[in-house]
Design a protein around this ligand. Structure first.
Ligand SMILES: *Cc1c(COP(=O)(O)O)cnc(C)c1O
Length: 393
């Protein structure tokens, strides 16, 4: 059976050109970038070239990019590093209720260590309010960390405005751009971003490698200790194939950003129109327009998201409920709850996230299959029967 993969916000297939580069690096570039002889110099050049590439996508300088093991580590490093590095100024951080767990759990851990964290609420579309951000800033605030686009709903935050506010108040601004790097235009200077997280496997690169942009002059303490790599902020011998792969993935993503973005938007709207026309009692989660081109999150009333996923999987269609991170628990998505979604409706939500390989034919197959699956599940739901009775049907 040919499978249809619609879960690109969880991870993406590695682009063939990236896979070639990773393999080439594994075979040919075994040097340690910290050594002086030719093998080491060649390795260093490869790391520097990737660094240059990754920096250029966001208008940063090469030396402001640090390689990490992925989005989670970049988020941890940014939040902890700035929190610890500015203790003399204060111990207050600001984030939002809809961040990725890599941010939320780090903040919770810091709270146990005596830091204070303000979690900004979001509106029904999942957007923070700028006034509430302004009001939350205190003299002892050292970091604002707000994601660029949410991985579950795709809602895009007003990052430029957040950056302007942070800069005016002299507070460092970190943004998790794992879902937007290489997809949306980002310029760290124009948007006043001080720190930014990237993960390769969300942009058709390999897993286990990422980057942290750290503006020159931002005060940060290292959270790991060892060698002198990565400005001593992230010591350890470089993950050469991973870094080469991330560089290649960044190059391809930025090269194709415009075309691919428009293509995905068309596919996403085709999917949404198809669902809307054929399935009643649904609602769109996320902002109607300020949203990632590839992401569609829909609640299907009177349906269990988990059962829906398994039925679709039987047909070869791979989608997510809530978020990949909560797929092994029955907790409804913290993002949907924060947007005011009631738990029953949050439970019946699916996230479709499109990517490079997806075609119009695939979308049409999903539009054909989904109504039947939803209808079958609803027919087994006592709640749905009761609802129909009340409606006099
Ligand atoms: C996937 C994801 C992460 C975590 O990245 P990893 O490289 O898997 O650790 C962080 N933030 C967001 C928004 C993500 O989507």
């Amino acid at each position: 059976m040919k499978r249809i993969y619609l879960d690109h916000n969880a991870t993406t297939p590695v682009h063939p050109e990236v896979a070639d580069e990773v393999c080439r690096c594994l075979r040919e570039d075994f040097g340690n970038a910290g050594t002086l002889y030719s093998y080491g110099r060649e390795a260093k050049k490869l790391v520097d070239d990737a660094r240059e590439m990754i920096a250029s996508v966001i208008g940063a300088k090469r030396e402001e990019i640090l390689f990490t093991s992925g989005g989670t580590e970049s988020d941890n490093m940014a939040v902890r590093g700035v929190a610890y590095g500015n203790i003399n100024k204060g111990r207050h951080l600001i984030t939002s209720t809809i961040e990725h767990h890599a941010i939320l759990e780090t903040c919770k851990a810091l709270e146990k260590e005596g830091f204070e964290v303000t979690y900004l609420p979001v509106d029904e579309y999942g957007t923070i309010k700028l006034d509430e951000l302004k009001n939350a800033i205190r003299p002892d605030t050292t970091l604002i960390t707000i994601m660029h686009a949410n991985n579950e709903t795709g809602t895009i935050q007003p990052v430029s405005e957040i950056g302007r506010i942070a800069r005016e108040k002299g507070v460092a601004f970190h943004t998790d751009t794992v879902q937007t790097y290489g997809k949306l235009k980002i310029n760290v200077d124009e948007m006043n971003i001080d720190l930014l997280s990237v993960s390769a496997h969300k942009l058709h690169g390999p897993k286990g490698v990422g980057a942290l942009y750290m503006r020159k002059g931002v005060r940060m303490k290292p959270v790991m200790f060892g060698g002198h790599q990565e400005r001593k902020m992230r010591p350890g011998t470089h993950n050469m194939p991973g870094i080469a792969g991330l560089g290649k993935a960044a190059e391809i993503a930025s090269r194709d950003m415009q075309v691919e973005g428009e293509r995905l938007l068309k596919l996403r709207e085709r999917l949404w129109e198809g669902i809307k026309a054929n399935i009643p009692h649904i609602r769109l989660n996320g902002h109607p327009t300020e949203r990632l081109n590839n992401t569609l999150n829909v609640s299907f009333e009177f349906v269990e998201g988990e059962s829906l996923i398994l039925s679709l999987d039987d047909l070869g269609i791979c989608v997510a409920s809530g978020s990949a991170c909560t797929s092994d628990s029955l907790e409804p998505s913290h993002v949907l709850l924060a947007m005011g979604c009631v738990p029953e409706v949050a439970h019946g939500s699916l996230r479709f996230s499109l990517g490079r390989g997806n075609t119009e034919d695939e979308i049409d197959l999903v539009i054909q299959a989904l109504p039947k699956v939803v209808e079958r599940m609803r027919s087994m739901s006592p709640l749905y029967r009761e609802f129909l009775k009340k409606q006099g049907k």
